[in-house]
Design a binder for this molecule. Structure first.
Ligand code: AMP
Ligand code: ZN
Length: 476
């Protein structure tokens, strides 16, 4: 059975299969803008995309995953200048940081990771095709704009009647758009090429319309064409990209190539929120992976948190949520250990998905797999996994072998690695001593002393988490 996934354009759940006659499933995801560390909101989107790719692969599809690097735009140029670095040095530093975070979170590297700067010639060629075909015009200052009224089905992804569109002042998450474009014939037209401005410093490139740099939207059209062709299977991004970015991509690509059906399927994931607001750099309410690791959480616990809600609903981020993920992972480890023991396997065999004869088996996890394939219902899938693990009756060795095979594949699809040795934050000696004394006070039911010791720990910035059989100390 193929994976079924909601498609933003048709608003239906549709099967994910490569186009007839093709063997490889082409998937393009808008990548990070590399002007600082990505926050865990960005990583919610990238992690959900990673689960989709893994699920397709576990289901037997060959996937070509392309995810670009946005290394030229207003933010990267501004950031490089503020840091006194060349754009190349500045974006290299943040691209490397992004790669390190992706690795820690267990994200598979995309098969191709194109850079926008490297693809400037392809962007210029595409803009030229748009001008030649009458879909774009050159303004007096040498900027080039896409003529929205030349594209009759503009708005089809977002179901907007373009003739009623006054201006693109907001994106699909209701945030203000960059409004630094002028000399447009119509307020809804958008920049394909921005003529050179003094604030761009040394960051400009030649073009038939004079020196300048590409607008943001054109990069994905040019890079998807270069690496997946004029039409491909699936395009993904966070919900804020649905309008105008993806609407503009469709218009540019279809008008430049003359081929309709740019992406067969549109996959948008909802946002990670903090107290009801989108986590974003501009709001200053963000967490980076490093900040959570410094608080004592492991990247796997962060990953579990990011995938714990359904991708179509926004997810509220809380520290309690990451704590719950720690408990859930520990529960998965205990369940896996029980199954491994019943099957006569070791933990090492669990990592390298088990004996030949049970590789195709899902055991009692068939339902969990079915749920995952239905619109990537990760919380539903995890619910099924825990239901099976909670069953009281000890499975037979044969049953346990099948189960281990099923569970290993599901955890691989979710990218959840068990039995990872955690790099703990070093616990200072005075904190460890307070922790031991508080535990002893609690054991001897001296609750007043235990309460006081908890307060002493809090003063030093530490929290004690009690378990039945012991405790953990965590930086608050
Ligand atoms: P950017 O680096 O800003 O270009 O964003 C990279 C990806 O992160 C895009 O797919 C965005 O839609 C996505 N994104 C940005 N903020 C959030 C958030 N709070 N929750 C989920 N995804 C986000
Ligand atoms: Zn894009």
């Amino acid at each position: 059975m193929p994976v079924f996934l909601h498609d933003t354009m048709s608003r239906e759940k549709r099967p994910l299969l490569p186009k007839p006659g093709r063997e490889i499933y082409g998937m393009y995801c808008c990548g990070p803008t590399v002007y600082g560390p990505a926050h865990i909101g960005n990583f919610r989107t990238f992690t959900v995309q990673d689960v989709l790719r893994r699920t397709l692969e576990v289901g037997g599809l060959k996937v070509k995953h392309v995810r670009n690097i946005t290394d030229v735009d207003d933010k990267t140029i501004r950031g490089a200048q503020a840091a006194g670095q060349t754009l190349g040095d500045f974006t290299k530093k943040w691209t490397e940081k992004f790669h390190a975070d992706c690795k820690a979170l267990g994200l598979l590297a995309p098969h191709v990771e194109p850079s926008a700067v490297v693809h400037i010639p392809q962007q210029v060629a595409m803009i030229k095709a748009l001008v030649d075909r009458g879909h774009a015009y050159v303004a007096k200052d040498g900027s080039v704009y896409f003529k929205v009224c030349s594209c009759p089905d503009y708005g089809k992804l977002n179901h907007i009647d373009f003739s009623k569109l006054e201006t693109q002042t907001e994106n699909s998450a209701g945030e203000a758009n960059d409004a630094d474009e002028y000399e447009r014939e119509s307020a809804s037209d958008f920049a394909l090429w921005k003529s050179r401005k003094p604030e761009d410093g040394a960051n400009f490139w030649p073009s038939p319309w004079g020196e300048g740099r590409p607008g943001w939207h054109i990069e994905c059209s040019a890079m998807s064409l270069a690496h997946l062709g004029a039409t491909f299977d699936l395009h993904g991004g966070g919900i804020d990209l649905c309008f105008p970015h993806h609407e503009n991509e469709i218009a540019q690509s279809e008008c430049a190539t003359g081929v309709k059906g740019f992406a067969a399927h549109w996959f948008h994931s909802a946002h990670l929120m903090v107290e009801g607001e989108k986590m974003s750099k501009s709001k200053g309410n963000l967490y980076t992976l490093d900040e959570l690791v410094a608080k004592g959480f492991s990247p796997m616990e962060v990953r579990y948190t990011l995938i714990s809600g359904h991708y179509r609903s926004s997810l509220n981020f809380t520290m309690k949520g990451v704590d719950d993920s720690r408990s859930a992972l520990a529960k998965l480890e205990r369940g896996a250990d029980r199954l491994l023991a019943a099957a006569g396997f070791t933990r090492a065999e669990f990592a390298a998905p088990v004996a030949q004869e049970v590789q195709t088996s899902w055991g009692r996890f068939a339902k969990a797999w079915e749920v995952l394939q239905d619109d990537l219902n990760i919380p539903g899938c995890l619910g099924q996994v825990f239901t099976v693990l909670a069953e009281k009756d000890e499975p037979s060795a044969e049953q346990a072998r099948q189960d281990v095979s099923g569970l290993a594949k599901i955890l691989f699809a979710l990218g959840l690695e068990l039995f990872v040795v955690k790099a703990e934050v070093a616990i200072p000696a005075d904190v460890a001593d307070l922790g031991a004394r508080r535990w002893a006070a609690k054991q001897s039911k001296d609750f007043a002393a235990a309460d006081q010791l908890r307060k002493d720990l809090a003063t030093l910035g530490w929290t004690m988490l009690d378990r039945k059989d012991g405790y953990d100390l965590k930086k608050s």
